[in-house]
Design a protein around this ligand. Sequence first.
Ligand code: PBG
Length: 326
Amino acid sequence: MKELNFARHRRLRTSESMRALVRETHLHKEDLIYPIFIIDGENIKNEIPSMPGIYQLSMDKLGEEMDEVAALGIKSVILFGVPFEHDKDPQGSGAFHHNGLVQEGTRFVKKNYPDILVIADTCLCEYTDHGHCGLVEGEKILNDESLDLLVRTAISQAEAGADIIAPSNMMDGFVTAIRTGLDEAGYQDIPIMSYSVKYASAFYGPFRDAANGAPQFGDRKTYQMDPANRLEAFREAESDVEEGADFLIVKPALSYLDVIRDVKNSFTLPIVAYNVSGEYSMVKAAAQNGWIDEKAIVLETLTSMKRAGADLIITYFSKDVARWIN
Ligand code: PBG
């Protein structure tokens, strides 16, 4: 044995203290962004069947949820609106209504929890009767005509006090349109967290239950990206950077860790991984069956996203993780 010369990697794994000393990646509460679904109506707390533990909440229930978020030390939330079906229209005008769900939710959070950052999801699909993220003509999703509605949505969210605007609709040019619109309206200091690299993914299935926003015809493949493509992610991210984005989101996360790493290596903006609804549902379902150790799986997957290069993670597990970290 004496003449053998090999590396003793196990020296740095001998105890939990030793492992902690050399650990390269850490999850912090500050990394977590918690999504909240605000539904129209009163006294509603609907658990989403495909997302156990996640609720559609009416405005009067938002306080309870926010108390929990604040007590756990979570520092940012992203708000989605779930309007009545009869309030939907072809333009998605509920998205930019002065008293819309995200706008009112933003006012509530900023008034009562001023230190918590509000990120407003800026999209039309929850508010359009056809369920697409832009205006439609026949079966075609119109690009440039949709931009004006997004700009109006972003400005109304900024007016309500949103700290960050997060456009998710994947129309070309949305960052430059929204940046210009915000600047002209006096919101030069409001950053844009762009859903820059967003794939047309089956992992969004449960979200569409949560937000009642499934497209009524066709799919989103003419605006969201093909999961087979890698180089296209550089093109999307590059144009968003040029147009003035302040954060770049990669979505989904788990099947796209390679893309997170690519984007991290090529750009200097903060990178956000969106650990989407389907990723949450799969873990919950397996855990409820007793097939996996939920806590260990969640911490491992979220740590993997950070290791891949994510600085921040939008995740439905935020409250659980904050609890475990505490
Ligand atoms: C709206 C939007 C979607 C998600 C976030 N914003 C759905 C979609 O684009 O189809 C998905 C989030 C999730 O699955 O958790 N455009």
